[in-house]
Design a protein around this ligand. Sequence first.
Ligand SMILES: Cc1cc2nc3c(=O)[nH]c(=O)nc-3n(C[C@H](O)[C@H](O)[C@H](O)COP(=O)(O)OP(=O)(O)OC[C@H]3O[C@@H](n4cnc5c(N)ncnc54)[C@H](O)[C@@H]3O)c2cc1C
Length: 415
Amino acid sequence: MTDQGPTGCVVIGGGPAGMVLGLLLARAGVRVTVLEKHGDFLRDFRGDTVHPSTLTLLDELGLGEEFAKVPQRRVDRLRVQLEDRILPVGDLRHLPGDHQHIALVPQWDFLDLLAAAGRREPGFELRMNTEVTGLIRENGKVAGVRYRDRETGTSGELRAGLTVACDGRNSITRAAAGLRTREFGAPIDVWWFRLPRHAQDPSGGIGRFTTGHAAVLIDRGEYFQTAYLIRKGSDAQVRAEGVQAFRDRITGLIPWLADRVDAIESLDEVKLLDVRLNRLRRWHTDGLLCIGDAAHAMSPVGGVGINLAVQDAVATARLLATPLRRGRVRPADLARVQRRRWLPTALLQGLQRFVHKRLLSRALSGQIRTGAGVPKPIALLQRFPVLQRIPAYVVGIGPRPEHAPAFARRPTTRV
Ligand SMILES: Cc1cc2nc3c(=O)[nH]c(=O)nc-3n(C[C@H](O)[C@H](O)[C@H](O)COP(=O)(O)OP(=O)(O)OC[C@H]3O[C@@H](n4cnc5c(N)ncnc54)[C@H](O)[C@@H]3O)c2cc1C
């Protein structure tokens, strides 16, 4: 089956990058189709942080009030727990702009909001349950995609002037296009599971490090979405120890969880998330651009990946709206997107690599004995609290924040 009618841009993947790009291009008057392989956004792992840079963007898009109505927790300080001490490492309360906090929102709510805003634009189409299986090439150029409808099992082709891969860190598109990655490696994988949360428990995000162990609890109201860090590749070995040994690890790390670890009935409830850190050398080929994790897979460190993917999408819409409206996107136009977004990506990945090497891999292998003292950078932040504004800015706003182009801006809509 070949779809009727031209699409200016086909976007592969309805994650943060794909949904923001689809919405902005539709507002630019470009006909855009977003293809998402799942039937909904309700997957347990989606990352939960919406940072001040993205909150500002939502205001500019006229979606700020709608977003504020989504149930959420707010975090205005970043803290790390070393042994029994909770130490502040970032203070967002002095950030410039209207938002001095990170919103913790289940990502499906954020994506649903973007999808609803997209559907209000005439040129926007979102097809769920549609998995891209390959690229169409014509005269050496990518001319669209092949897909499979996962509900009906039928296959089809969709042609477009530009294809944008937003299909995340397991992108099949970039491999199909022959684009090569630079791998930085990651010392950790993540075990991801839920634990009940009680009313008197701490709120917001809580990180806990101790010799050989680390975990992060994300407050989702009724429950904690919990990330337990394991050494890269040690999943089978830790799993073989069994569920009781795992419960003991959790209570050893965070003793106040002892009254509810039995809620983990089996290790089948514990999902392995494979952490990767890499970057494409070239983010594009004629007719195809990769952005978000498809161009640069991010580690969970700092929770910056969603916001970086959103910023990529904003820059892409701003730089490519005019060429798309003219009906001809040249390789030089695609190269401009990479030039614009390379530096913030490389800086944030550089910081993630530093934390991987200096903190996480040493802590998990027991080389840092947290009881022996506070690591130097954290001690410095305690001695001069004003310095806590720097990590807050890097995480909350980041290098080279992008703003909505004029064509995408709307006054706030009251819903
Ligand atoms: C363990 C872990 C925890 C993290 N926690 C956070 C966090 O709290 N905050 C944060 O900012 N970042 C976090 N990150 C990083 C963050 O998840 C990513 O950087 C971010 O999701 C990238 O957004 P994206 O839109 O580029 O890709 P994704 O969010 O991966 O979205 C890709 C989309 O494409 C779809 N797709 C894939 N293949 C196809 C196909 N063939 N056809 C059609 N659709 C397809 C997928 O279903 C998905 O919806 C975390 C990462 C890890 C590994």
